[in-house]
Design a protein around this ligand. Structure first.
Ligand code: PLP
Length: 469
């Protein structure tokens, strides 16, 4: 047997990897700690499809309905549905349920690619709100409330607005103000809370999107709570959303054989959330505080002040290391896996699955790295191309046009035929139908040389790019 995937996954386990990465269960550590092992040990035998008693995700009336109701109570929604194709399918279903073909949706520019993909599927035209960026770290901070209100005022014919909250980097903004304003203009608010399923666990964390008035909220439970990769939830509240439409689109885009393993893992995550979540979150926030305090007088390491304290952004540029280098050193020399890096630093996703020992290992590694790698090398600043490119075609129009491959620098000024996406975080710099700019090409080529990968292009070597003539 050719155990390629299995061997690599086993290798990770044998290496005792320390995970500051998703999924939130951290290589299953939390299941062992809280005694869910006996259920999970037989999970492969539980794999099933719809048979008497197992209910049906697409028209739940029994155990799945009751399990979802239990989740709804935990997350304080009116209704909650389990998703087995990640938040991706929740975002796509929400957009297609609310926006008919040829209509507009207001979107934060630093949205996940699934939002633009939904616009391709549903023939919806995205109108962007500029995203705020911290120039010194290129951390995406979300939208400015006044910018959002201006875009709403200029596009009153839009049926809905979708916002990422919190951002991948744990940044938030006054979502309530935007929700209230959008509602006053009869718009529905969808929130991509993929990175914020844990926010309800502490008053020290930013308020949840539901608390701030969002109508539909999609959470990647698997990212920041202990469920399996690809298992997510969609929550609704109030009466602005046609729930039957939402459910019928979920039926179209989700598998007709929903995985009971994923649904079971969501049920476990809800159980952990309700029974242990608040205490574990208190411990986690203390561990993070103690860890950061160890470096309070250390000028070599810098932490970016995130609104969601469970997101740690560490910069080592003061000792001459860029983020991509820090990530490689942490993994290769200290067995620590971070979530992602940009030029300036690395982002660590800390969840209730992380324990005190993880932070001790991280502290030891960072102190060692300072000793070993400190240099006078100056890290020159770079500019993140944050301007919104000019749109010539909607994403769907562009998707169906014929494409031609040209050398990357010849694409400048042409209509892009594909996505240009630094990955992670999976946020598109140019989407199909937009004009390619020199600043974007310069940025991706520069960062790619430094260690950033770029997805979305047919030519992954970045030699050529597809354009529309
Ligand atoms: C902001 C944001 N939204 C949505 C998604 C998609 O989530 P999922 O992986 O659960 O499909 C991601 C994935 O990274 C994301 O970063």
């Amino acid at each position: 047997m050719n155990n390629l995937i299995i061997d690599e996954l086993n290798k990770n386990l044998e290496e005792n990897l320390i995970s500051f990465h998703v999924p939130g269960h951290k290589l299953g550590k939390i299941y062992e700690k809280l005694n869910y092992k006996s259920i999970l040990e037989k999970i492969y035998k539980m794999d099933t499809t719809e048979i008497p008693g197992t209910d049906n995700l697409h028209s739940p009336e029994g155990i799945i309905k009751r399990s979802q109701n239990n989740a709804s109570e935990a997350f304080k929604s009116d209704e909650t549905y389990y998703l087995i194709n990640g938040s991706t399918c929740g975002i796509q279903a929400s957009i297609m349920a609310l926006c008919s073909p040829k209509s507009k949706i207001i979107v934060n520019r630093d949205c996940h690619q699934s939002v633009i993909n939904a616009c391709i599927l549903g023939d919806v035209d995205p109108v962007y709100i500029q995203s705020e960026i911290d120039k010194e770290t290129t951390i995406l901070k979300g939208v400015n409330e006044d910018d959002a209100i201006r875009v709403i005022d200029n596009n009153k014919d839009a049926k809905a607005i979708i916002l990422t909250y919190p951002t991948y980097y744990g940044m938030t903004y006054d979502l309530k103000k935007i929700c209230d304003y959008a509602h006053s203009k009869s718009m529905v608010v969808i929130v991509d809370e993929a990175h914020g399923a844990h926010l309800g666990l502490s008053d020290k964390l930013p308020k949840t999107a539901l608390e701030q008035g969002a109508d539909i909220v999609i959470q990647s439970t698997h990212k920041t709570l202990p469920s399996f990769t690809q298992s997510s939830m969609i929550h609704t509240q109030g009466n602005r959303v046609d729930k039957n439409k939402l459910k019928s689109i979920l039926k179209i885009i989700e598998s007709s054989s929903p995985s009971y393993l994923l649904m079971s893992s969501l049920e476990i995550a809800v159980d952990i959330y309700k029974r242990y979540g608040k205490n574990l979150m208190e411990d986690l926030l203390n561990n993070i505080d103690n860890f950061k305090n160890k470096f309070i007088h250390n000028k070599n390491i810098e932490f970016y002040e995130t609104n969601d304290a469970t997101k740690l952004f560490i910069s080592t540029t003061k000792i001459g290391l860029i983020g991509y280098e820090l990530e490689t050193i942490l993994r290769e020399e200290y067995n620590i896996q971070v979530e992602l890096s940009n030029y300036y630093g690395s982002l660590l996703v800390c969840t209730i699955g992380n324990d005190k020992e993880d932070f001790i290992s991280l502290e030891t590694a960072l102190n060692d790295i300072i000793k070993k790698y400190k240099s006078n090398k100056k890290i020159n600043p770079i500019d993140y191309p944050n301007n919104i490119p000019v749109k010539k075609l909607t994403p769907r129009e562009a998707f169906y046009k014929d494409k031609k491959s040209v050398k990357i620098y010849e694409s400048i000024g042409k209509i892009c035929g594909e996505y240009i996406i630094p990955y992670p975080p999976g946020i598109s710099l140019t989407s199909p139908g937009e004009i390619i700019t020199k600043e974007i090409i310069d940025y991706i080529l520069f960062c790619n040389k430094k260690g950033m990968s770029v997805s979305g292009l047919k030519d992954s070597t970045l030699g050529k790019i597809q354009i529309i003539e």
